[in-house]
Every structure is written in C-alpha cells, then in structure tokens.
Design a protein around this ligand. Structure first.
Ligand code: PRX
Length: 646
C-alpha cells in the first residue's frame, strides 16, 4: 500500500456528517487560539450540577498539576442517565446480547437508571462512601456497566479488574487500590469454557496481605454453586431486589476521581491510572461525538471488554453521555460458529462498529465468504484501536465489512489519555490505510528525537503531547512521583507516550509501536519487567529476559529466555510459562520459553534485549555490533539453544 492511497469519506456519508472540513478547521483554530472558551464550550456537551467557569490551569512542569473545569460540579451517572430521562427515557440505552442467540436484554434509559440506583443503594447499604474504592470483577454482563455507573452515582471510585487476571494479579491490585467492596460473579462464559471468577477472587483475597475488602458481592451468572464466606460474601440478587429504585446522586467536584484503571508500564508493577470526573466525561463525550460522528438513532458497538479503557470510554461513558444506544456482547467473534459478530451486527442493526486489529486479522482469516453471507447494511462507520493496523487489514475491513461505504477510523490513544487523541474526523479527514491520521482539535502532538529535540515537518520520533487535554490521567494512584517520572521526565514540559511515530508530508501520523519495554499482545499491554519480576520470584530461575516478537494474529507475541538456577532440566520451560500465567494471567502466557545457560549482557551488566529479539526472530544476519558484549561467545550458544528448542 503506497502512502498516497487516500480514502475520502464516501459522499453518502459526508452529506449527513455533523463535522465537515471547514467546521473542523474552525474547531482546531478555536482550540489553539481561544482555548479557554473552546473547552468551556465543549464542557457543555455534558450535564453539570454547577457549570465550570474555568477550563484549565494545568502544567507539565514541576509537580505536573493537571486540572480541568475545576470549579464545576457534576455526577457522571447523571450525565449518562438522568440527563436523558425526559427526552429519551424510553429509548434503548443498552442492548445486552448473551452468548446464546435467544439471550437478549434491552434496557431503556429509564430501566438502566433504575438498575443503577438499586446497585448504588446496595453499595451505600454496605457503608461504601464517597471516594471509597470498589473493585468490579465481572464478565460482560449488564451488571458490569450498572456497577460502574452505580459507583459514579454515589461518588465511589471504581476499579474494574479483568476476568483474565490471575489471583496474584488481582491481589496486587486489590491491595494497591485499597478496595473496600468487590463485585464478582460465580463464573464467566467464554465460548464453551467457564472462567471461575469467585474462586479466583477467593484465592486473591487469601493472598492479598493487608487488603481492605469488607464484602464480596456475588452475581450468579451460570448459577454454579460457589463457596461463600459467612459475614464477608453476599449474594447480589436479593440485595438488588430489596433496594430502592431511587438514589440521589452525589454531587462531585470535577477533579474527584471517577475511576482507577491499572495498566502495565516498562518498569515495576502495573500502575493505577487515576481519571477524574469532569475532564474525563467531557473528553469521552467530545471524542465519541467527533470521531464516531454520533447521531441520534446510532447503535454503537465497541467490542472491548469493560475492564479495559476502551470499554470504559466507548462502551459506557462516551456513548451514554451522548444519549446513544450501546451493544454489550458477552460472546466471542466465532462462537459457536464463524460469523457470530456479523450476526450480532445484523440482528441489532449496529451502525458503528469499533474493534481491534487483532480481531480483524482473525476474522480476515475466516475468509470472505463468511462475512459476505451477512447483510451488514446497517453499518455506516468502522473503527479500530489498540495496535497499529496494517494496510491489508485496514483495506479488508473497509471492503469486506464496510463494503466500501463506511469510513474506517483508526484511533490512537492509551489508558493514560482517557480517550482518543489521534484519529480522522471521518467526513473531514481523508483516511490513509495504516495511519491514525491527525490529532483531534486541542491535541498538541509533537515528535521528539532521542535528545528531546522537536522534529519539525516530515520525520520520525517519540510521540509526545505538549499541552494538557481534559481526558488525561491526573496521577498514578498513590504514587505521583512515579507519574512524573514515567510520563514527564523524558523531556520537561511534554507528556511522553512511549510510542514511536512518523509524520508524513501531509502531517499524518503513522504509529510505529512502543519504544519502551512494553509489548502489545492482542491489544493487551504487558510490561516485560512485569514478566521478568514474576519469574524472578521463583527460586528455580536465576535470571530471565522477556521480549516481544512479531506475531501474525496477535500483533506481538511474548518470548522469554530463562536461565535456570540449577542447570537445564526437562520441564522447566513449561513451568516458567505456568509461573507467568499464574503471576499475571492467562493472557500473558508466552509464545515460547527458551531455557538458556546465560543472557547476553553489556560490560556494565545490562541485558541486551535487542539481540535476544533478533535471535528469537531468527534474524541472524542482522545481529549488529557484538563488541559491546561482556562475553560475545554467548551469542553462538544462544543461537544453537534456540534452534534446538525450536
Ligand atoms: O502502543 C499504542 C497502542 O496501544 C497502546 C495503549 O495501550 P492501552 O493503554 O492498553 O490502550 C489501548 C486502547 C486505547 C499505545 O501506547 N495503540 C493504541 N491504539 C493504537 C495503538 N497503536 C497503533 N495504532 C493505534 N490506533
């Protein structure tokens, strides 16, 4: 695909779009030259109890104070629900499609409001107060969304935990967040498999020394019997049934935390990114409206799990703040048979479909005839997020799924950014397959070279942001020093994304991937340090190094080199893989583990991961300069070991 391939929005789409190129130009200009006024206008997209009079007085220097709409007061659940009751109380807010065809639940805004109030009252009844953390560990069921909004309603801070985390992974996050109540389920369904949630949570709580959890609320999803600890564990259904369907919302400061969400970085344990209420909600509504060209009547389906930032912003807060209808799907793309997702699109007349390149690649492999069997005529816009999308996957999405009629928005953003930063506003910015295109109005992207110098015009560098935007995370839970160090120390005054990017002659951004030690496996962020730390806690292993290698379906795969303490031994590779799954979660299971006698190091003792990556990829002709190694003979041994272990 040449960079000159360019796809303007089809006329049928552009004719009805809300933001055209002249409007976009105006917005960019206003955001740049009249920023206070521009952002206060954007704040009007959501409902406030007391409208802010100031936009921001943030700085990326010194203590990195970030604040938006600081004198405003609001409640995020009111902005998502109550606000719509008068005008569209009977409109469907949420369509839940269960794994089996007949399992469908449609909740109007009024019904969702009632469910949220009941849940908020249950939490209040358990003594949960403003600012308390509530952990949500649920599969893709209505209660997951309800629980998030219920926390928001009563001013509690939700901490959504992925169902795929191991007990150890959960334990760390429970202790770090200080959660006082946990919501979990007996089991989750994943195709033909059952994911034990409550038993994993029990194990996590046993391990979590110093946790603050007083109660575990258990939702019956499959109805299997689960052990309940007297005094601590409570069945959720009877409490919800007995709770009042009305609940006065807590009026929160704009800068009150709305949620903490953990993500992996290049060092240490996962960090709890703190997102606050006003700025995040404005960003969710603004980006959802702009990038997805939201209109009344849209049925928006974002396939992300609610435990990831994409699920937070584009399953829950963005579309609901804008009064949309969202689809929440419990199942997998190809269960019970290929084509399941296309079926969901046709059944629920989805207009806007937002998914990840890893899924697109898997669906592409099923062959064009699977997708061609479905009408997909309701679709008008497609979106991609989470990893770079290759031009061929982009084109397939555009042609085979969108039938050439739907713009494809490739959206670049991160857990830390709260919402989309770079993406085409579909009717105004022609798309180039593989490029996230241009920053949204108000997003000041800069490329810096390794010395921190600004790259002007065409060029490549580290993607940084020069000015605060409302949706950005304010801090790392309990560790502001780490926040400053991780994101603002690369070059003072700039937010450092950790991604590399290239800017072409049209100013379009092409994300090249992480430039730090973070890898992206099927859209899951994994820190190589996280993997190495888990292995290091096991006495059988002396040392290890984790690297990411290209993978056809997953984008990247994890390859781990392990040095055993007591010399090579038969089953050690498998055991190392299990240690990783147990310590982090199944999603981090490595592609390959190599047991090796030693690791390549520089004279100062640093592991040379670049070399390991090349060996793992079998790129033996391009090993580069080996003269910096403390012991260059190790390389040959490594190559032989890797070839032998296959
Ligand atoms: O490397 C970038 C990649 O995903 C990282 C963020 O991961 P996470 O915080 O889990 O959030 C994922 C959903 C927003 C980024 O640093 N990434 C995300 N979107 C894109 C992308 N890489 C290329 N193109 C994208 N559109």
């Amino acid at each position: 695909m040449s960079e000159s391939s360019i796809f303007p929005a089809p006329l049928s789409f552009a004719a009805r779009a809300t933001v055209d190129s002249s409007r976009l130009r105006q917005m960019k200009d206003d955001a740049l030259h009249h920023s206070e006024q521009f952002w206060l206008e954007q704040a009007g997209r959501i409902e406030w109890a007391s409208f802010p009079t100031i936009a921001s007085s943030s700085s990326f220097e010194g203590e990195v104070p970030i604040n938006w709409f600081a004198d405003g007061r609001l409640n995020a659940s009111v902005a998502c629900l109550d606000r719509h009751l008068a005008e569209r109380g009977e409109q469907v807010a949420l369509i839940w499609q269960g794994q089996d065809e007949g399992q469908v639940e449609r909740l109007t805004y009024r019904a969702l409001h009632e469910r949220v109030c009941r849940m908020a009252n249950v939490l209040r009844g358990l003594g949960v107060g403003r600012g308390d953390r509530v952990a949500i560990h649920l599969p893709m069921v209505v209660e997951g969304v309800v629980a998030m909004l219920a926390c928001a309603r009563m001013g509690a801070v939700h901490v959504v935990l992925f169902g795929g985390f191991s007990a150890e992974g959960l334990a760390d996050r429970l202790v770090n967040s200080g959660a006082v109540v946990v919501l979990t389920a007996d089991e989750g369904r994943r195709g033909g498999k059952r994911i034990p949630l409550k038993p994993t949570m029990d194990e996590a709580l046993d391990r979590a020394t110093g946790h603050a959890v007083r109660h575990v609320l258990v939702l019956a999803v499959t109805g299997i019997e689960t052990s309940m600890q007297a005094g601590r564990d409570l069945a959720l259904a009877p409490l919800l049934a007995a709770a009042s369907p009305e609940c006065a919302p807590a009026v929160m400061e704009a800068e009150a935390p709305l949620f903490v969400l953990y993500t992996s970085g290049s060092t240490g344990k996962p960090k709890g990114m703190v997102h606050t209420t006003g700025g995040y909600m404005v960003w969710a509504a603004y980006t959802h409206a702009l990038v997805f060209d939201h209109r009344p009547g849209d049925v928006f389906w974002c396939t992300a799990d609610i435990s990831w930032i994409t699920g937070h912003t584009y399953v829950v807060y963005g579309p609901l703040a804008n009064g949309g209808t969202v689809v929440l799907f419990e199942g997998l793309p190809s269960h019970p048979a290929p084509g399941q997702w296309w079926q969901v699109i046709d059944t629920h007349k989805v207009t806007t479909f937002y998914t990840a390149p890893t899924a697109i690649r898997a669906l592409m492999r099923e062959g064009d005839d699977v997708v061609a069997r479905h009408s997909l005529s309701s679709l008008r816009l497609l979106g991609s997020v989470g990893e770079p999308i290759s031009a061929d996957a982009w084109l397939w999405f555009h042609e085979a799924v969108g039938r050439g009629r739907c713009p494809v928005v490739d959206t670049w953003w991160q857990t830390e950014t709260g919402g989309i930063l770079i993406a085409p506003v579909p009717a105004a910015v022609p798309q180039k397959p593989g490029s996230a295109t241009l920053p949204l109005p108000g997003v000041d992207c800069v490329l810096l070279d390794e010395k921190g110098r600004v790259v002007a015009g065409e060029g490549e560098g580290c993607l940084c942001i020069a000015r605060s935007w409302p949706g950005q995370a304010r801090t790392i839970w309990g560790d502001h020093a780490r926040f400053r160090q991780t994101y603002f120390s690369f070059h003072e005054g700039y937010y450092f994304s950790g991604d590399g990017a290239r800017r072409d002659a049209d100013g379009y951004y092409w994300i090249t991937g992480r430039i730090d030690d973070v890898i992206n496996v099927s859209g899951h962020r994994i820190g190589t340090a996280e993997v190495e730390d888990v292995i290091a806690t096991d006495h059988r292993f002396a040392e290890c190094a984790a690297v990411g290698v290209p993978h056809d379906l997953k984008g990247q795969g994890l390859v781990v080199f392990v040095v055993p303490r007591g010399g090579p031994d038969g089953g050690l590779a498998q055991e190392a893989a299990q240690v990783i799954s147990r310590g982090i979660g199944r999603y981090a299971a490595p592609e390959r583990v190599y047991i090796v006698p030693d690791l390549p190091k520089t004279r100062s003792g640093k592991i040379v991961r670049r070399l390991l990556r090349k060996i793992a990829c079998n790129e033996l002709d391009a090993l580069g300069d080996l003269s910096t190694l403390a012991d260059a003979t190790i390389v040959e041994r490594l190559i032989m070991d890797v070839a032998r272990q296959g």
